[in-house]
Design a protein around this ligand. Structure first.
Ligand code: KG4
Ligand code: ZN
Length: 330
């Protein structure tokens, strides 16, 4: 096929297994997504109220090959048409990361391809560099996900500088813990987002701790919700659930927005961008109308963003990557 020939040797296969999504994607060097396959394990972990690392690793092991095959098939790509294999090296759950890293090594080695080890956080930022509406640095970026809440200065597409971070829970973690207290299941960000639309955000006043500099703190907020919920009867909780969700969400969104504005002012940032799972939140998107948000399907974990980041990351040539290790934090 003409199309495949034109693309021959020019495609990047991305693999992401840092948490509970098994994902693979094929992306062109100019950032077009040819396929983006995500198999979420959320249901598997729901009954435990959070991700169980050992369970996640085992599930990644079952899913990684079928997900890879699907990503290649959807992109109409063959292993021979690949230019490089990109994979999340960290941070994340080490056992989960190792499944993706091992799969990436196997595919790259068997096809004599280079391997690009990608930092997951860089991946989230690189979700902004994909077609059809890529944005270019410099910009100030809020990265808010289940594992991280960072304010970062992005001067060029190959990296970033951290300006502030959370001292305790991540914003997505605050959503998930709140959802659990409200009986909304795991993961709870999207559920709170939906329910909050039916509630009155002014009916409760949840305080968010003000901490030094450009850092965040969300653990006190979760405790405030816990105490409020504990004082309600089953019936009352049922009746007030939407109000609680709305007030709780408002507190998180306000804290994020306030910090973004402070950071933008301090750094004289002309542009603001928001990425990560929490970037999917409708109230946050409405509260920062001037900001560029990652497209909805690319907010939560996916492999297209990993392949995108690989375009700005040094590749390790064949076969020097076999000893590469995953890292949990950093
Ligand atoms: O980026 P992500 O998929 O994984 C990490 O790298 O951590 O983010 C997942 C997080 C979860 O905490 C989830 O509850 C949250 O993103 N999330 C949301 C929404 N959709 C996902 N939080 C608030 N509102 C949403 N609509
Ligand atoms: Zn993530």
């Amino acid at each position: 096929m003409e199309g495949s020939n034109q693309r021959a040797g020019r495609l990047i296969l991305g693999i992401e297994t840092s948490c509970d999504e098994t994902a693979a994607a094929v992306v062109t060097p100019d950032g077009r997504i040819l396929s983006n396959v995500i198999s979420s394990q959320a249901e598997l972990h729901a009954r435990f109220g959070g991700v169980v690392p050992e369970v996640a690793s085992r599930r990644h092991l079952e899913l990684v090959v079928p997900v890879l095959r699907e990503a290649l098939a959807e992109a109409d790509a063959e292993l021979e048409t690949l230019d490089a294999v990109a994979v999340t090296q960290g941070p994340g759950l080490v056992g989960a990361l190792l499944v993706g890293l091992s799969a990436a090594k196997a595919v790259a080695w068997a096809n004599r391809l280079p391997l690009v080890p990608v930092n997951h956080l860089h991946g989230h930022v690189a979700s902004l560099y994909l077609q059809p509406e890529p944005i270019e640095p410099p910009f100030l970026c809020l990265l808010a996900s289940g594992g991280h809440t960072l304010l970062i200065d992005v001067a060029e597409p190959g990296g970033f500088r951290v300006l502030g971070t959370t001292l305790d829970d991540a914003a997505g973690e605050a959503f998930d813990k709140g959802a659990r207290l409200l009986g909304l299941g795991y993961p709870g960000g999207a559920a709170i987002d939906r329910l909050a639309r039916e509630g009155d955000s002014g009916s409760y006043d949840f305080p968010v701790a003000r901490v030094h500099g450009l850092d965040f703190s969300f653990s006190g907020l979760k405790t405030a919700l816990l105490y409020t919920v504990r004082d309600l009867s089953e019936d009352e909780l049922e009746r007030r659930r939407a109000d609680l969700a709305a007030a709780y969400q408002r507190a998180i969104v306000r804290a994020l927005v306030a910090r973004v504005h402070e950071a933008a002012e301090q750094n004289a940032a002309s542009r603001i961008a928001v990425v990560g799972g929490v970037a999917a939140n409708s109230e946050l998107r409405a509260a920062l109308p001037e900001a560029a948000f990652a497209p909805l399907p690319l907010c939560t974990d996916n492999a297209a963003m990993i392949a995108s980041a690989a375009r700005y990351t040094e590749a390790v040539p064949f076969p020097g990557y076999l000893a590469l290790d995953a890292y949990a934090s950093g």
